[in-house]
Ligand binder design. Structure first.
Ligand code: T46
Length: 140
């Protein structure tokens, strides 16, 4: 469990692009140009444009988030500060550290949110209540 990372430890990472006339490729190689050993990959799609997702933090999980298609906004919150990140191109990823609350909104039509995660899925890693999150951040 880690409650010491701030929203300023969460960063947009520029990903490499192999440009070709027939189209581009971006390659992610595990632990070479990803910030952790990836244990799980999932993606959100068919997202209604007025949908808001997230509304939770993770005790241990780190994530690398890519707008594989379209765009959306992530709001990150460390209990004292908030930052908005607009993801709108597959050549950048948002690295979210553990212990950060997130909300996602303003999904464009047809957007796909691709997530690389540092751990397998377990509901016990989630903090879904904002007051519990603030207690966790304050070491209680
Ligand atoms: C985040 C964004 C980008 C599973 O069964 N296995 C899984 O690996 C995941 C991620 C989810 N689920 C189930 C659990 C819930 O019943 O799918 C349902 C929705 O999951 P969640 O509440 O995590 O969905 P989002 O879109 O709010 O958030 C997820 C990530 O958990 C979150 O950390 O950053 O995608």
């Amino acid at each position: 469990m880690n409650n010491s990372f701030s929203v300023f430890d969460c960063k947009i990472v520029k990903l490499p692009i192999v440009h070709e006339n027939k189209g581009n490729i971006t390659v992610l190689e595990n632990s070479i140009n990803t910030p952790f050993d990836t244990k799980r990959i999932y993606y959100l799609y068919d997202i209604p444009m007025d949908s808001t997702r997230g509304g939770h933090a993770h005790y241990k999980l780190e994530q690398f988030i890519i707008a594989a298609s379209g765009s959306f906004i992530f709001t990150l919150d460390d209990g004292s500060q908030r930052r908005d990140f607009f993801l709108n191109h597959p050549d950048k990823a948002l690295h979210i550290k553990p212990g950060i609350w997130r909300e996602m909104r303003e999904f464009s039509s047809g957007s796909v949110c691709l997530v690389l995660a540092s751990k397998e899925y377990t509901e016990s890693d989630y903090i879904r209540d904002y007051n519990d999150f603030l207690k966790f951040r304050n070491g209680k």
